[in-house]
Design a protein around this ligand. Structure first.
Ligand code: GMT
Length: 378
């Protein structure tokens, strides 16, 4: 198939899923066209079967807000026509589904069909889409798409209830490439000394440092852990709450024990170095960061929110807590980090969950089947 993909290329889990999906589909012989404002950050630009089409927004003194959505729609229509795309798959409803609908109409005027699929990721439904100014257009984008998928059962239910959507929403969960995200002992032995001494435990957090991720809770939990045992924390990612997190680390006097790594390309090499992940989010429609850690045999201490319980079975492959309960999270982390047998049990179960239920090799065929169904009925 020839598939167009649009996403936010530089920021957030939806862009990661879209990019990894494109890479996996290309490896299975499909021709993939990314239509985005910059090259998705997990692409090298050297992958076979992958093409990148930049969306440039022409500015004009009259435009206080340059119309990105229209530039995107135009580019979508151009690429779809030039390369005879079989379908366009957009990630994150706003504004991508609406731009895709415009592109579809532009092509219909030229007697060409362009099926469009929208994948809902989270804040497009739970936060931004619920804003009164965006709700009607988000609903319109969803109900007029030829196919809609959601990354968890939770998000599917939320969408139905918040947007009064009765049409089909296929649940296709987030995935991870279990060959890429895997603990390789030689690599861990070589890289871990950069971040922790042999007698120290290493904790990790990975996010875009938005308030919804509660990075300050990560610091609070780690401050308590490091009072109880020798430990260090790796923070991967960047975003609005980074300075607050740095300030809080200084306040607790643990700044020398915290590695602020910023955005990193080699997340698959960094995650396996850790013993434990912290994901204390206010909301996660799925929790891709935890899945990536679990595939690397790193269990997560996380919050019982949104779609997280669809990934983490409390006490089996990770531990779940209420949002903001940093004391309980810290107590549990300390107990676990002092009990290697229990930690190994959770780590093994975490890896098994990733392999058995969320491996790319299981999930990508679900997308392929869904694409065929949508193409056949459009
Ligand atoms: O929260 C993020 O990391 C960004 C956000 C996005 O839409 O880009 O992530 C959402 O999509 C991810 C990939 O499908 C999910 O794993 C995250 O749980 C979800 N985030 C939220 O729901 C807050």
């Amino acid at each position: 198939m020839k598939i167009g993909i649009t996403c936010y290329p530089t920021y957030g889990g939806s862009g990661v899923v879209a990019t990894e999906l494109g890479i996996e589909l290309a490896a299975r012989g499909h021709q993939i066209h990314f239509i985005t404002y910059s090259q998705p950050f997990r692409l090298t630009g050297r992958e076979a079967n992958i093409f990148f089409h930049e969306v440039t927004v022409t500015n004009y003194p009259l435009f206080e807000h340059p119309p990105y959505d229209l530039a995107l729609a135009t580019r979508m229509a151009e690429v779809a026509e030039f390369y005879s795309l079989d379908l366009l798959h957009v990630h994150y409803a706003i504004p991508h589904s609406v731009s895709a609908l415009l592109a579809k109409q532009m092509l219909a005027d030229r007697n060409r069909t362009l099926p469009i699929i929208t994948t809902l990721h989270g804040t497009d439904i739970t936060l931004v889409g619920l804003d009164r100014s965006y709700l009607p257009i988000t609903r319109f984008g969803i109900i007029r798409s030829d196919g809609v998928t959601s990354i968890s059962e939770y998000l599917c239910d939320r969408t139905r209830e918040a947007f009064n959507v009765t049409s089909e929403i296929a649940v296709i969960r987030n995935f991870v490439n279990c060959d890429v995200y895997v603990r390789k002992p030689e690599l861990v032995a070589a890289m871990r000394p950069r971040f922790a001494q042999p007698n120290e435990r290493l904790l990790v957090h990975l996010s875009n440092f938005r308030p919804v991720k509660r990075v300050l809770d990560v610091i609070e939990v780690f401050a308590r852990v490091s009072r109880a045992l020798p430990a260090r924390l790796m923070l991967i990612g960047d975003g609005p709450d980074r300075s607050l997190a740095e300030h809080l680390a200084l306040h607790h006097g643990i700044q020398d024990r915290v590695h602020f790594l910023g955005k990193q390309d080699n997340v698959n090499e960094l995650l396996p170095l850790a013993d434990l992940m912290l994901m204390p989010s206010e909301m996660e429609s799925f929790g891709l960061a935890a899945l990536e850690a679990m595939a690397c045999s790193v269990p997560a201490i996380a919050t019982r929110v949104g779609g997280v319980p669809e990934l983490i079975d409390d006490q089996i492959n990770g531990l779940l807590f209420e949002v903001g309960d940093v004391d309980s999270m810290a107590d549990a982390a300390v107990r676990l980090l002092l009990d290697q047998t229990r930690l190994n049990e959770l780590a093994t179960a975490a890896r098994k969950t990733a392999q058995d239920r969320f491996c790319a090799s299981r999930i990508i065929p679900l997308y392929e089947d869904y694409y065929r169904r949508v193409i056949d009925r459009t």
